[in-house]
Design a protein around this ligand. Structure first.
Ligand code: KIV
Length: 273
């Protein structure tokens, strides 16, 4: 709470300062009502470009645009009050040059009011991250499995499961840390590598399919609620909302067909004249 009784939003600096302290809790959200619920427990909310697959039915995150991210970022900002909101930079809107990255990150921040952006990539993105941070854009990094690279990787595959693969991934983590990323998402890597990365960097690591020893965890909300049909091995389903959803719409359809809905209590009687 601020002196004026307003709720103070968590900042990127607050998250950076959590290294080695209580685990950082985060989830994705794409809509205002979902943001309102996760805001009660999350330190930060990620408006992930996974929105393309989860909400818009795309096969990958590659076709997601900046306008899509802005629309969902605005909704999540409206729904939340206290968590830091981080919005993903979509594929094709930051890789070309650091100037392109700054222009689009600034637009994301200006039009959504979010407190930070996330972008994918290791050492190759370090110079861009430094450029953004030096100009006032807090950046969360994302290494290991980077879904925007799906067409180069040939699928969504766990990384670092052989020792020989560790060094480049560790070098990526160190490069982002040096460049000033305030936190680093580590996705789908072998557990001991995630532990090693967490030890090697000053920035808090946010694991997803990584290790309980990371400084925090994130999951895609719809996956953990059991709303998505299929989800990666690293997802624990904390609910079965997909089944509830199906049951509810089936009951509605049955009652409409049987003229049991609407019942008298759902309608309007005439006023007494
Ligand atoms: O887009 C997303 O939801 C993400 C998380 C999986 C970290 O990047």
């Amino acid at each position: 709470m601020s002196a004026q009784g307003q709720i103070r939003r968590t900042t990127a600096k607050d998250i950076a300062d959590r290294k080695g302290l209580a685990p950082i809790v985060s989830l994705t959200a794409y809509t205002a009502p979902a943001a309102a619920v996760v805001d009660e427990v999350c330190d930060f909310i990620l408006v992930g470009d996974s929105v393309g697959m989860v909400v818009h039915g795309l096969d990958s995150t590659v076709p997601v645009t900046l306008d899509i991210m802005i629309l969902h970022g605005q909704a999540v900002m409206r729904g939340s009050k206290r968590a830091l909101v981080v919005v993903d930079m979509p594929f094709g809107f930051y890789e070309e040059s650091r100037e392109q990255a700054f222009r689009n990150a600034a637009r994301l921040m200006r039009e959504t009011g979010c407190g930070a952006v996330k972008l994918e990539g290791g050492a190759r993105m370090a110079e861009t991250i430094r450029f953004l941070v030096e100009r006032g854009v807090p950046v969360m990094g994302h290494i290991g499995l980077t879904p925007q690279m799906v067409n180069v990787l040939g699928g969504f595959k766990a990384q670092g499961r052989a020792r020989a693969e560790w060094e480049p991934i560790l070098a990526d983590a160190r490069a982002l840390d040096e460049a000033g990323a305030f936190a680093i998402v580590v996705e789908a890597v072998a557990e001991p590598l995630a532990v090693e990365i967490t030890r090697a960097v000053r920035a808090p690591t946010i694991g997803i399919g990584a290790s309980a020893q990371c400084d925090g965890q994130i999951l895609v909300l719809d996956d953990m609620l059991g709303l998505t049909e299929r989800s990666p091995k690293f997802v624990k389903r904390y609910g079965a909302l997909g089944e509830e959803f199906r049951k509810a719409v089936a009951s509605y359809a049955e009652e409409v067909k049987a003229r049991r809905f609407p019942a008298p209590e759902h309608g309007y009687a005439m006023r007494k004249e």
